[in-house]
Design a protein around this ligand. Structure first.
Ligand code: GN1
Ligand code: MG
Length: 374
C-alpha cells in the first residue's frame, strides 16, 4: 500500500488512502469517511465512519517516537484485555478501549515506510476536556486515572515492556536540554535567555522524583486531562484513552501530569501567559479524586511527594518543549511557528504559579488525608 508520513502538520495521506487502510480491518460496514481526530502531539489519529453508521479511530503509531511498536501493541492488548475483564467482573465502572483486529486477525498492520496502523472502536458519549469546567470534572478525571492504576496493580504475567526508556527521567530531560542549549543549532538560544536561566535556577527539581525511590507500578504516563473521557451527561469518568505509554513507572507521574493540565486556568499552549494560573481548588479536587481512585495503594513517600511532583512534571514538560524549540521542532507536532516556545513559556509560567502556591498545596493534601479521601 502506498502511504506516506504526515510530517509536522503536513497532510500527505489522501482520504481514499485512509479508507483503503481502514478497510483492511474488521469493521462493521464499509468505511466511507475519514477525518483528522483529537489533539495528539505525536501519533496521527483519524475518525472513520462506515456506511452502517459505525465509528472507529484509525491511528498511525509514530515510530520515530515509539521505536518498538510491536511491544507497544503487546502492552496495549494485555492492558485492554485485563481492564475489560475487570469491567465485566464489576470491579470497575471504567470501560476500556477495544482493539479491532485486521482482516488477517492481527492487532495491527504494517505499511510501507515502517508505519504501523491500528484501529479501535470509537467510544461514544464521552467528553474530552482541555481544561476542567468544574470541580466535579477534576475529581472524576483524577478518580478515573487513580482507578486505572489500581485496576492494573494485579496485571498478570511479566511486567509490561518499557517502550520508551527513561520517559519520565527528568534528569535526562535536563541533560538533553543542556545539550540543545550548548549546540544551539538554529541560533535560537538568544531569544529564550530568560527561560534558559529559569530552567537552570530550578535544576534541583530534576532529581526530586526518581523511579528508583518509589514502588514500580503499571502506570499510564500521559495523564493529560484530555486522555480521560468523562460521561457527557453524568460527568463521571468513563474511559481512559491513549494507552501507548502504559508501562512500568512511578504512580506520582500520573497524578502530577493530571495536575499540570487540570489545575491550570489555560491550555498547555496558551500564548498569553498572563492568563495562566495554578488553581488550588481544582488541585484539592484532584487530590480527593485520585486518592479515592487508588484506594489505599500509595505508600507514605508517594503521598508525601504529591505536592512537589506536579512541579517536577511541569518542569519536565517545560524542558521538553523548550528543547524541541531549540532543535527545530522535531518531536512534538506544531501548528504554528513558535508553537513549542509558547508551550514552554506557558509551562514555565505554570511552574512559577505552582511554586507560589506550594504551602496551599501542602494544606490541601493534608486536608484531603484528614477527611479520609483515601
Ligand atoms: C505527547 O501525543 P500526546 O499529546 O498524547 C507526549 C506527552 C506529553 C504531551 C504534551 C509519547 O502526548 O509525553 O506530555 O505530548 N507523548 C509522548 O502535550 O512523548
Ligand atoms: Mg499520548
Amino acid at each position: 500500500m502506498a502511504e506516506i508520513l504526515r510530517i509536522n502538520g503536513l497532510k500527505v495521506l489522501s482520504t481514499s488512502e485512509l479508507l483503503q487502510l481502514a478497510s483492511l480491518f474488521q469493521l462493521d460496514g464499509t468505511p466511507e469517511s475519514a477525518e483528522t481526530f483529537g489533539n495528539g502531539n505525536v501519533n496521527d489519529t483519524f475518525l472513520v465512519r462506515t456506511d452502517s453508521g459505525n465509528r472507529y479511530t484509525l491511528q498511525r503509531i509514530n515510530h520515530d517516537v515509539f521505536k518498538d511498536p510491536v511491544s507497544l501493541m503487546d502492552n496495549f492488548a494485555r492492558v485492554t484485555t485485563h481492564l475489560a475483564q475487570k469491567h465485566m467482573d464489576g470491579q470497575t465502572t471504567l470501560r476500556t478501549l477495544v482493539l479491532v483486529p485486521a482482516q488477517d486477525g492481527s492487532s495491527y498492520l504494517t505499511g510501507e515506510h515502517g508505519n504501523y496502523w491500528r484501529v479501535t472502536e470509537y467510544v461514544p458519549g464521552g467528553l474530552s476536556l482541555e481544561v476542567p469546567e468544574s470541580r466535579e470534572h477534576a475529581y472524576e478525571a483524577a478518580r478515573a486515572f487513580g482507578d486505572f492504576q489500581y485496576q492494573l496493580s494485579d496485571l498478570p504475567g511479566d511486567p509490561l515492556i518499557e517502550t520508551i526508556p527513561d520517559f519520565h527521567n527528568t534528569e535526562s530531560r535536563y541533560q538533553a536540554f543542556n545539550k540543545a542549549v550548548e549546540q544551539d543549532v538554529l541560533g535560537r538560544t538568544e531569544e529564550v535567555k530568560d527561560l534558559i536561566a529559569f530552567a537552570r535556577e530550578n535544576e534541583l527539581l530534576a532529581g526530586m522524583i526518581r523511579y528508583a525511590d518509589f514502588p514500580t507500578r503499571t502506570v499510564h504516563n500521559d495523564t493529560k486531562l484530555n486522555n480521560v473521557l468523562l460521561h457527557k451527561e453524568t460527568g463521571k469518568g468513563m474511559c481512559v484513552v491513549d494507552l501507548d505509554t502504559v508501562m512500568p513507572g512511578c504512580a506520582l507521574h500520573d497524578f502530577a501530569d493530571l495536575v499540570r493540565t487540570a489545575a491550570c486556568s489555560s491550555e498547555e499552549d496558551e500564548s498569553d501567559i498572563s492568563k495562566i494560573h495554578f488553581l488550588p481548588d481544582r488541585f484539592s479536587a484532584l487530590v480527593d479524586g485520585y486518592l479515592a481512585g487508588v484506594h489505599d495503594m500509595l505508600d507514605s513517600k508517594e503521598i508525601e511527594r504529591m505536592v512537589i511532583s506536579p512541579q517536577v512534571i511541569t518542569y519536565e514538560l517545560s524542558l521538553r518543549f523548550l528543547t524541541d524549540f531549540l532543535v527545530g521542532d522535531t518531536y512534538f507536532k506544531v501548528k504554528r511557528p513558535g508553537h513549542n516556545l509558547d508551550r514552554a513559556r506557558a509551562q514555565f509560567r505554570l511552574l512559577r504559579s505552582m511554586q507560589e502556591h506550594e504551602s496551599t498545596m501542602e494544606d490541601r493534601v493534608s486536608a484531603s488525608l484528614a477527611s479520609g479521601a483515601c
